[in-house]
Design a protein around this ligand. Structure first.
Ligand code: FES
Ligand SMILES: [Fe+2]
Length: 449
């Protein structure tokens, strides 16, 4: 099996305005920043070190700010007058003012003042600065960057809106130096790299939770399939205890989310900065235990990042550290580097680390990657035809939370595990919050993925 030629693959992985995949991404609400990173106001004005903020999303240069209402606005970085960066502007009660000639822009891109023009001038009414609507939810600021007439309802993921627990929002500090397909779509439902990159290459004895038949056990049951939100992989992993199994289910939620961990606790958006960089914005929701934050929640709240990353590294650190990367290299800083090394070194520097897909040899274990590519290409076609891509919601009851049934369930017998394994995505979704008693009492917890 193989992907298509490099020219066609490159057409799929590009995310800028007017590109086929850029148009798909622009049909959804995407997080563009963490709420906590965008400060607002303070005495003596609204401008601060972190208001406005320069952000880059889907290859577009933008500025994010909070005006006097406290609400975020996302507008094009370069002033509609003569292009000065509005990241150096001043935030005021009603908007963001350019430092050069003082044009003032509202959150909706309206040009409110042009102080250098005569007071009776209507010139400002002829200017509409590019802007995108924003919604703040779960500690993240989302924006819809697509055509206004196609703006969907905001998706009510339970990680963003559930109230009976603790929410831990990442700080957005994890930026991978690779394209979003390398960081996310090709990797998310790839169980064998869990076994190898996150297993053998951690320097431990082989974990071998996946195998092709061992000690009389059949090969590890593994499947990849479509869901109402995108795709999922389901794996019934072996454990070191013979006859006891670990059920693992991870979802790809379109356009670019990884939903994993028990109770679908974690939603991670892999947001393209541009064609060559991907920023992870994450929300983990920990349900209360007996009305209190769980121990795991307290631990997560105390950690600086809820997704590992290292700071102040050269862009090509993965190439530089070579074989040192997983052997206690000082740059490691205790974080998980396996995915970054694997993904950031798939291509050469001349290709901005984009892979040379024509040289790939995809085997049976790459079925998840191929399914994600296939579903992605279908969404390109749907968007071209003016249809909603998968998972876009319109007119849904606003009190319905979207609960994706990702999970990790331990200590299952073979029969229990296979019973779960054989359920359809719809049957699994129907079990959320309504698990049978035999299943509800099973231990949950993070597996290696
Ligand atoms: S360039 Fe911004 S006001 Fe002139
Ligand atoms: Fe991984």
């Amino acid at each position: 099996m193989s992907l298509r030629n490099n020219r066609e693959e490159e057409e799929v992985i590009r995310v800028g305005p007017g590109t086929p995949s850029g148009d798909v991404f622009r049909q959804y609400w995407l997080p563009v920043e963490c709420s906590a990173n965008l400060t607002g106001g303070g005495r003596g004005g609204f401008t601060s070190a972190n208001n406005p903020l320069r952000v880059q999303v889907l290859g577009e240069h933008l500025v994010l700010f909070r005006d006097g209402t406290g609400k975020p606005g996302l507008i094009a970085e370069h002033c509609s007058h003569r292009g000065t960066s509005l990241a150096y502007g001043r935030v005021e009660e009603s908007g963001l003012r350019c430092l050069y000639h003082g044009w003032l822009y509202g959150r909706d891109g309206a040009c409110l003042e042009t102080p250098a023009e005569p007071p009776d001038s209507n010139f400002r009414h002829t200017v509409k600065h590019p802007s995108y609507p924003c919604v703040e939810a779960g500690g993240l600021i989302f924006s819809y960057m697509g055509p206004p007439n196609r703006q969907p309802d905001f998706p009510r993921y339970h990680q963003l809106f559930a109230v009976d627990g603790v929410r831990v929002t990442g700080n957005g500090g994890y930026v991978e130096q690779c394209n979003v397909f390398q960081a996310m779509h090709d990797n998310n439902i790839d169980p064998w790299h869990g076994e190898i990159a996150h297993g053998w290459f951690r320097g431990r004895p082989p974990v071998m939770t996946m195998h092709h038949g061992r000690n009389g056990q059949p090969a590890t049951p593994t499947k990849f399939e479509r869901t109402p939100w995108g795709t999922r992989m389901v794996v019934l992993k072996s454990t070191k205890h013979p006859g006891r199994y670990h059920y693992h289910e991870t979802h790809t939620v379109w356009p670019t989310q990884r939903c994993n961990q028990e109770e679908g606790k974690s939603m991670k958006w892999a947001v393209p900065v541009d064609d060559y960089r991907t920023r992870w914005l994450t929300v983990d929701f920990y349900p209360f235990e007996d009305g209190e934050p769980s121990r795991e929640a307290v631990k997560a709240m105390g950690s600086r990042f809820n997704i590992g990353h290292a700071e102040n590294l050269p862009l090509d650190w993965a190439q530089q550290v070579g074989g040192w990367w997983n052997l206690g290299h000082p740059w490691r800083q205790g974080n998980i580097w396996e995915d970054e090394v694997a993904q950031q070194t798939q291509g050469s520097e001349e290709r901005h680390f984009l892979p040379d897909w024509e040289k790939w040899h995809l085997g049976t274990s790459d079925r998840g990657l191929l399914l994600n590519r296939q579903v992605w290409r279908e969404q390109i076609e749907r968007v071209k035809q003016g249809l909603d891509p998968i998972g876009v919601s319109r007119g849904a009851a606003q009190d319905d939370l979207i609960r994706v049934p990702a999970t990790n369930i331990h200590d299952l017998s073979w029969d229990e595990g296979m019973q779960l394994f054989n359920l359809t995505p719809e049957e699994r979704a129907a079990m959320v919050g309504r698990e049978p008693a035999w299943l509800a009492c099973k231990p949950r917890g993070r597996g290696v993925d």
